[in-house]
Design a protein around this ligand. Structure first.
Ligand code: FEO
Ligand code: CA
Ligand code: CA
Length: 631
């Protein structure tokens, strides 16, 4: 049992912890609100402010609701930019639902778009009308891709090969034009940058685990090369124009009997066991009993250089191996690179990486080559939260504290491979499923989306995870001491306790409307004035659609969430990502209609054709009068 009472930072009852946490900052209006378990709306304007006001969020809020359509705030327009099966190259075949094959899929946009990054062209510019769009394809929904398929284990070899090819990433050059409906984007299909990265793309491994004996698989005998990426959830864009893609639920791609391997403890701690996919039936690399070490080639942060379509993506083992949700960077004043990351599973941890070498501005080949090495060497830390709002970053260094041979570690490579085990031994704080972790570019404060954790029992609650049976998640803020993200101490605040305020204890701004509440925060982004935009996955459990909400993070409206968008039924909201001018917003609509069947889907968005299933797609959103998104 991973969670023991020794590790619980507080066994106080929820109201006591929350009351103290909030009243300390003058948030609490009355304890009777807590007792009634209704909305807990505090005076959030009393929050410590650094005096910077975000841009006004004047859009007219979208009503709560749940239907087959994508619904936007008034005066906004969306363009379906890329759907599953859309062409990425001049020679890509047209999407033919009844005649799919692996070759076509490798030339087309993949399934279940998650992360979206826009990198201006030319490299190093701040242009908003021309750039590269890089998109993750996290997973598939085979029951909506293939006729007669009920689950992902029932695929034949041909379907499996299509399924594999629908994973990975897409890179495509796009250009923006204006019209009377807002902006619209053109795909540049003959661009030399366009690329599909799949689970078969050649990659390299960097950092402590590169070449280690546990990485020496039959497929990758040197342990320094790797084959492909899959389970790519969210990610981040680096200041040097590369993309970090996060390998998340990779255990679900493997089959096999753990007890028949010599890595049972390690595989079990990661979560291998699910046997959800057919891939291992046809390929030894996904069968734990045929090529165990291949499991250690998955679960990393992978750096992709979209400016060189022939480049080998790099799996950065220094950033640890776990169910990586995303990876977002902050550059400290002295050039040190800080990477913030969440491990998205119940009771898992929040991490940060601090680079050994410094970032150099500039985009010439030599400078870029230097910057592309920065995530290969440094120190990985894991977060320990105290109920007094202090946070300590604990270093995961071989030979220090319990991270020794006595506990089964022989080198830093073992810590990279078995990061969760190392973090367990350091008494890191088990969280309510850390999803996106991002730094506000205006204030330098860090925001963590904790999506939910129904398994948390009352005796396992603490200040930062204050609700047992947590169905709706929370948003927390981390403030680096002295604004120095390299330091191993910081403060934390509870910013939002999300969920339906009519049926559970929540914490919102007092002016939050009936349409402004949300549940299960997942992805997030900041506009260039520091407003926080929150995407959700899980709202349908509360009978409202997932979507996108925006709020200020400072000033009187701090935490005043407003609904901007509603996803079609079944979908979660991924991306989101702004162009530098904030006039275009890219959102990935992932798994629309997922709960329905091919014959009877909950939606056929975005085509609404009786012959086509619902299709995951990236949309580009803009104001009809070309204003900044949010105004
Ligand atoms: Fe892939 Fe944690 O969402
Ligand atoms: Ca996510
Ligand atoms: Ca999710």
């Amino acid at each position: 049992m991973k969670f023991d009472t020794q590790k619980v930072l507080s066994s106080e009852a929820f109201p006591t912890i929350l009351e103290r946490n909030l009243s300390r900052r003058g948030f609490l209006k009355s304890t009777s609100m807590l007792a009634s378990s209704s909305i807990l709306a505090g005076c959030m304007s009393n929050a410590q402010s650094i005096g910077k006001n975000s841009g006004a969020l004047n859009f007219k809020e979208v009503k709560q609701g749940l239907d087959a359509n994508l619904t936007l705030a008034e005066n906004y327009n969306s363009q379906v930019l890329l759907r599953w099966g859309d062409a990425l190259f001049p020679h890509s075949p047209n999407f033919d639902f009844s005649n799919q094959n692996q070759t076509s899929q490798e030339l087309q946009f993949g399934y279940n778009n998650d992360f979206v990054g826009f990198i201006p062209l030319p490299l190093g510019s701040n242009r908003s009308d021309h750039g590269l769009l890089v998109v993750n394809h996290e997973a598939t929904d085979p029951h909506l891709m293939f006729k007669g398929i009920k689950n992902a284990k029932g695929l034949n070899k041909t379907q499996t090969d299509i399924d594999i090819a629908a994973h990975g990433l897409s890179v495509v050059e796009i250009k923006r034009q204006m019209n009377e409906q807002g902006f619209y984007w053109q795909l540049i299909l003959d661009s030399s940058f366009n690329r599909r990265i799949t689970p078969w793309t050649d990659m390299a491994v960097s950092g402590p685990a590169a070449g280690h004996q546990r990485m020496q698989s039959k497929l990758n005998p040197s342990g320094r090369t790797s084959k492909g990426t899959y389970g790519n959830c969210a990610g981040g864009v680096t200041p040097w124009g590369t993309v970090l893609t996060a390998e998340e639920n990779v255990d679900g791609f493997f089959t096999g009997d753990l007890t028949e391997t010599n890595e049972q403890e390690s595989l079990k701690r990661f979560g291998f066991s699910k046997d959800k996919k057919s891939w291992g039936q046809y390929y030894a690399r996904w069968d734990l009993n045929k090529d165990t070490a291949e499991a250690f080639h998955a679960g990393w942060i992978v750096e992709v250089d979209p400016f060189d379509p022939n480049s080998k993506p790099v799996k950065h083992s220094a950033l640890g191996r776990f169910k990586h949700e995303a990876c977002n960077l902050h550059i400290a004043q002295d050039g040190t690179v800080i990477a913030y990351m969440g491990d998205d599973q119940a009771f898992e941890y929040i991490y940060k990486f601090v680079s050994k070498h410094k970032y150099k501005p500039g985009n010439d080949a030599q400078t870029r080559a230097h910057n592309k090495q920065l995530l290969s060497e440094g120190t990985l830390f894991v977060a320990q939260f105290k109920d007094n709002n202090q946070l300590t970053w604990l270093p995961l260094i071989y030979g220090e504290g319990p991270l020794t041979k006595a506990n089964g570690f022989s080198s830093q490579a073992d810590i990279s491979i078995d990061t969760r085990k190392a973090a367990d031994l350091l008494n890191a704080t088990p969280m309510d499923r850390p999803e996106d972790v991002e730094v506000n570019p205006v204030t330098g404060k860090v925001y963590v989306m904790l999506t939910k954790n129904k398994a948390r029992k009352p005796h396992q609650t603490d200040g930062v995870n204050p609700r047992s049976n947590n169905k709706a998640g929370q948003v927390i803020e981390i403030i680096a001491d002295d604004a120095d993200h390299k330091l191993d101490t910081a403060k934390w605040e509870l910013m939002l306790l999300t969920g339906d305020p009519t049926s559970m204890v929540t914490f919102y701004h007092p002016a939050t409307t009936q349409d402004g509440w949300l549940a299960c925060p997942d992805n997030c982004a900041f506009d260039n004035t520091g407003n926080l935009w929150i995407g959700t996955d899980g709202c349908e459990a509360f009978d409202i659609a997932n979507g996108l909400w925006a709020c200020a993070t400072e000033g009187e409206d701090r935490g005043l969430t407003k609904r901007f968008l509603r996803t079609p039924k079944g979908a979660e909201l991924c991306g989101p990502f702004f162009t530098p001018d904030n006039k275009s917003l890219f959102c990935a609509i992932q798994h629309p209609g997922e709960d329905g069947s091919l014959e009877n889907p909950d939606t056929r968005w975005p085509d609404f054709s009786p012959d086509l299933p619902p299709r995951p797609a990236v949309v580009a959103i803009s104001h009809r009068s070309h204003k900044v998104v949010g105004s």
